[in-house]
Design a protein around this ligand. Structure first.
Ligand code: NAP
Length: 224
């Protein structure tokens, strides 16, 4: 019992000190249930976060609760500010965001929790599901380094830090996206397990990689 508590404490200190030594500027586009939860966890880990919204004035309570390294901005402010952009919107917003963000995210890592759900996102969702969500992301936002994670775990489980030791499939291909994506998953308190983008649909809600699970269970499901 004492040993477990000690290891959890040591892990937290290590995670926090890494973020503090080299903190990131993280922009969150879509500061709802998931964006608000993850952004708050990253502020607590020592990063700076800009939460954005079409109505940034509505984010006062979220910013206050997250802590002094949080701020609010417009979607365009967020696109320009962050070292990494977290996209956490209903997939139906992708065509509008694609226009709004054209050329603004080139070369940046985009960390997307956004899922196409046909019942909610209509034709846009259906099209992304059929072509593969990672390919769809990259068609909407060409020039990004894409990583997808936290797609099929409820936001309440993200908050619940007894989730220590739980694994998150982290879909990315290029080194920049893999490294930054894995770091963000770790700094939110979870274990990243890297998976190629070609398998991203398996990580959608209801897919074979969805839910809260241990690293061993996730690797088993991946056939690793
Ligand atoms: N809920 C979960 O437990 C969960 C878990 C894993 C993954 N996901 C996925 O993660 C994504 C976000 O889910 P959520 O539950 O956090 O949704 P949410 O609470 O409804 O938040 C979505 C946010 O998207 C923003 N948004 C919508 N349209 C936009 C646009 N055109 N431009 C900019 N921002 C826009 C909204 O911000 P403003 O209205 O303030 O602009 C809203 O705060 C979804 O794709 C969902 O399927 C959800």
């Amino acid at each position: 019992m004492f040993r477990t508590l000690f290891l959890m404490f040591a892990g937290l200190v290590l995670c926090t000190s890494q973020a503090m030594a080299d903190p990131l500027k993280i922009s969150v586009i879509g500061a709802g249930k998931v964006g608000g939860t993850l952004g708050t966890l990253w502020v607590k880990a020592g990063h700076s976060v800009m939460f954005s919204s079409r109505h940034p004035e509505a984010l006062t309570d979220l910013v206050k609760a997250a802590g002094p390294n949080a701020q609010a901005g417009s979607v365009s402010d967020a696109a320009a500010w962050g070292d990494v952009i977290v996209l956490s919107v209903p997939y139906g917003a992708m065509p509008v965001l694609s226009e709004q963000l054209k050329g603004k995210l080139d070369g940046k890592v985009v960390f997307s929790t956004s899922n196409p759900i046909s019942g909610r996102d209509g034709e846009v969702g259906l099209k992304a599901l059929n072509m593969g969500v990672a390919l769809a992301d990259q068609q909407y936002l060409p020039g990004i380094h894409l990583v997808r994670a936290f797609n099929a775990i409820g936001y309440a489980s993200m908050k619940d830090q007894s989730g220590q030791g739980k694994a998150i499939p982290t879909f990315a291909d290029d080194t920049q996206a893999r490294d930054l994506g894995a770091r963000l998953v770790r700094d939110a308190g979870f274990i990243p397990v890297l998976v190629p983008l070609a398998r991203a649909n398996e990580g959608l809600p209801g897919g074979p990689l969805s839910g809260v699970m241990s690293e061993a269970e996730l690797k088993h499901r991946l056939g690793l």
